[in-house]
Ligand binder design. Structure first.
Ligand SMILES: Nc1nc2c(c(=O)[nH]1)N[C@H]1C(S)=C(S)[C@@H](COP(=O)(O)O)O[C@H]1N2
Ligand SMILES: [Mo]
Length: 358
């Protein structure tokens, strides 16, 4: 996020202060006052509670394992990828979500109408298709929103519609198969990690489809959901050389030690994260200098579509050593070691680092 969202923090706080002095009526509900600027509306917004909130996350192993990614990625650390020149900040009171295209009953909802539907929570990992092996473009969040399958069912899709195409206020599009709704966990998300969506992550609403890369699904600053056909329309990135279908791939990453690190001989905790598309992680293995694969310990499982932390205690001997990791999913699939670049449907290969033990 740059300084390009049209308002400085100090200016924003001053505006809120003025509003509070003028009377706090706008504080009680989302998007009540047409006179508030869009950023002020966002700051004043409160996230509605899920009808059946998820339990609090278990103690995070990252608290005691230096360098390990947290179970849930703090929003401030969550990667940001988009083609937006500046971050759109739709005003809640004029924002609408339309569901149309190949449907019997097109639907247009205000924000208040959207959040009158049942609010649910999911824990899911989101990865960018352009993330290289071992790269940072992946994060896990607790998403709050309205079930996308139910919203689309309200619009009564025609049987020959095979694609859900999301449109943003800035004309980005992403499409995925109608069949991806069957899992029941896709959301029109309005919250992330217990807070109203941050401007850079799609406020006021975005799509989240657990198990799919962002470029085919996770439209931020959402304004329209179109039911269509893959043989008629495809999302923004498809004519630019990326695949029509974008399931996330079984992947793993070493967070600690860092590549190129110098560590002391003796016990060293090797740790990281592993994730799949929809099948949970069954095991993670580590090897040193191409030796035998060693089973790592796994952290808590939030959901099959959320990453799993792992760690392994290595007795490091002096010299330069190579560490590699691989994941195995609940279906028994072993992560591919074949090197594949991100284009057109996601990188493959094992994350490999080199460390010096002194
Ligand atoms: N409006 C809009 N939404 C978008 C994009 C975009 O360019 N514009 N990029 C997509 C891609 S490629 C990814 S990986 C995710 C990233 O979401 P994040 O920035 O919240 O991590 O947003 C998706 N949604
Ligand atoms: Mo992406």
């Amino acid at each position: 996020m740059g300084a390009d969202d049209g308002i400085t923090r100090r200016g924003l706080l001053a505006t809120i202060g003025a509003l509070l002095v003028a009377g706090g009526a706008g504080l009680t509900r989302l998007g009540q006052r047409a006179t508030e600027s869009a950023p002020v509306q966002r700051v004043l917004a409160r996230l509605p509670r899920a009808r059946a909130p998820l339990p609090a996350p278990p103690p995070d192993p990252a608290a005691t394992t230096p360098g390990l990614s947290p179970l849930l990625t703090p929003t401030a650390d969550f990667f940001r990828i988009d083609v937006a020149d500046s971050i759109p900040t739709p005003a809640l009171d004029t924002w609408r979500l339309t569901i149309d295209g190949m449907v019997r009953h097109p639907l247009t909802l205000t924000f208040d109408e959207l959040i009158r539907r049942e609010i649910v929570e999911i824990d899911a990992t989101l990865a960018c298709v352009s993330n290289p092996v071992g790269g940072p473009l992946v994060g896990t969040a607790r998403w709050t929103g309205v079930r996308l399958d139910r919203l689309i069912a309200e619009a009564q899709p025609l049987p020959d519609a095979d694609e859900v195409l999301g449109h943003s206020v800035d004309d980005f599009t992403a499409g995925f198969p109608v069949s991806a709704l069957a899992a029941g966990d896709a959301l029109v998300a309005i919250g992330m990690n217990g807070e109203v969506l941050a401007p850079e992550h799609g406020y006021p609403a975005r799509i989240i489809v657990p198990g799919l890369f962002g470029y085919v699904s996770a439209v931020k600053w959402l304004q329209r959901i179109e039911l269509t056909r893959f043989d008629q329309q495809v999302g923004y990135w498809v004519p630019r050389g990326w695949s029509r279908l974008g399931p996330m791939k079984l992947s793993s990453r070493i967070d600690a030690p860092r590549d190129g690190a110098k560590v002391a001989a003796g016990p060293v905790t090797v740790a990281g994260v592993a994730w799949s598309s929809a099948h949970g992680i069954a095991s993670v293995e580590v090897r040193v200098d191409g030796g035998a694969w060693q089973p790592a310990q796994l952290g808590p499982s939030l959901d099959a579509t959320a990453w799993r932390q792992w760690w392994w205690s290595w007795t490091a001997s002096r010299g330069s050593h190579q560490l590699e990791v691989r994941a195995i999913d609940e279906q028994g699939t072993v992560q591919s070691a074949r090197l594949v670049p991100p284009v057109p449907n996601g990188a493959e290969g094992l994350h490999r680092i080199q460390v010096t033990v002194a």
